[in-house]
Design a protein around this ligand. Structure first.
Ligand SMILES: [Zn+2]
Length: 423
């Protein structure tokens, strides 16, 4: 007689759902996944998974199991500013308004703000966040309940001589955190030296970079025409304005900073730029010559669109179709609650769908899953359900209608698992 051996793999748990939404392959009806520790070890039809794995079965019933959502651009520092700043006449008026609000916040308030933001983002099904903070030194006092890429937001507009020092101290504050990057704020608040120092550090430390670019009409007016309220405000506080009156923000970025930039400068600082890929927030204000540049550009950076913040400011329409056709990886973000009302990526998907009704719900879903995972260089581990991915998951009600439309329409608090732990 031969001994009967069980050829099934021992696994922590099997999670079954009406549909498993893999995000990069077709959804699996009556699907299941096997989770071992903090990882997904298998995904497929429930019967196949049961045949291959031993483990307690956790049946989610009539729900769709999804990869956790990824917010590609956020500032949790300002969670407490929700509802404090009504839409302003101009972008510079908004900067004045937020600066007035910020002046009233203490480090304690910022910590509370960040913690509140984390709790809210998680409640709405965000399991990974790219969060810019102006206070990297506060990070050790915060316990992030979701996977976080901390970006130090850097501004040297009032002290450009301290660009290197600023970037180096951010590096010191962040290099103990697991996932981090640098965020020179924007071309109008961060000097070229600061951008270059951040690129040097990114190259050396293999970290990510993000920035705000071509967000408002006033930014375009400032750089292209050397005029307008933003130009006047920054000139007034002593910013050298010699980069204004000629180029568009995108031209300036590509010429001297972003991937594919000036070969001389790249050689001078020893950086092979195409290896540095920026996550660029906004990109709302582009001229026809900018579009030509983007079409020709070899290095396609990642672009984050923040639909509700975009509506709040009344920016020019986001050129989704053209940017997508040029091969840019487009992600969604919430931006901060100083220009948005909640940290829900479901609401962000709905706002995007309203703006671009011809884009399929499935493609919109990818902008909060596989696309931002790629921007964070985590395409194997995050944003999808497959063997080897982190067990960061959500479940939302599914009635058997159009799956992705149902996902986007979801309102409420989903079932959540992060790193294999039910929340
Ligand atoms: Zn932002």
């Amino acid at each position: 007689m031969t001994a009967v051996t069980d050829r099934r793999y021992s696994s922590g748990i099997i999670i079954r759902a009406r549909t498993v939404v893999t995000a990069d392959r077709p959804p699996i009806e009556n699907g299941a996944i096997a989770v071992f520790g903090n990882q997904i070890v298998d995904a497929g039809n429930f019967d196949e998974i049961k045949a291959r794995h031993i483990g307690e079965v956790f049946d989610l019933g009539e729900q769709a199991l999804l990869p956790g959502l990824i917010n590609a651009h956020c500032h949790l520092d300002y969670t407490r500013l929700r509802g404090k700043i009504p839409p302003q006449k101009s972008f510079s008026d908004w900067i004045h308004a937020i600066n007035t609000e910020k002046a009233q916040l203490s480090p304690h308030d910022y910590i509370a703000s960040i913690n509140q933001g984390f709790a809210e983002a998680k409640r709405f099904g965000t399991t990974t966040i790219a969060n810019l903070t102006a206070f990297p030194k506060l990070i050790p006092q915060i316990h992030a309940p979701i996977r976080t890429w901390w970006f130090a937001e850097l501004i040297d507009v009032r002290a450009p001589e301290s660009a290197n020092e600023l970037a180096d101290s951010a590096l010191e504050a962040l290099d103990q955190t697991e996932n981090w990057g640098l965020a020179p704020h924007a071309l109008f608040t961060a000097s070229e030296n600061l951008y270059c120092r951040c690129e040097e550090i990114a190259h050396r430390e293999n970290i990510l970079l993000t920035t705000h670019l071509a967000e408002s009409r006033e930014e375009m007016q400032m750089f292209h025409d050397a005029a307008g309220p933003l130009y006047e405000f920054l000139r007034h506080i002593g910013r050298p304005m010699d980069d204004c009156g000629n180029k568009t923000p995108l031209e300036l970025f590509l010429d001297s900073i972003g991937s594919g930039g000036s070969p001389n400068r790249s050689r001078a600082i020893g950086i092979n730029r195409p290896y540095l890929s920026w996550i660029v927030a906004h990109l709302n204000e582009l001229t026809e010559s900018d579009f030509e540049l983007l079409e020709r550009s070899n290095s396609k950076f990642h672009v984050v669109h923040c639909p509700r913040s975009h509506n709040y400011f009344g920016h020019s329409p986001f050129a989704f179709d053209r940017l997508r056709s040029f091969g840019f990886n487009i992600c969604l973000g919430t931006d901060s609650l100083a220009s948005n009302e909640s940290l829900s990526l479901f609401a962000e998907m709905r706002a995007f769908q309203k703006e671009f009704p011809s884009v399929s719900a499935e493609e919109i879903f990818q902008m909060v899953t596989v696309n931002p995972a790629r921007a964070l260089r985590q395409e194997k581990e995050l944003g999808k359900i497959c063997r080897g991915a982190h067990a960061d998951l959500l479940a939302v009600c599914s009635t058997g209608g159009d799956l992705f439309e149902e996902i986007i329409a979801f309102r409420g608090e989903p079932w959540i698992m992060i790193a294999g732990q039910v929340q």
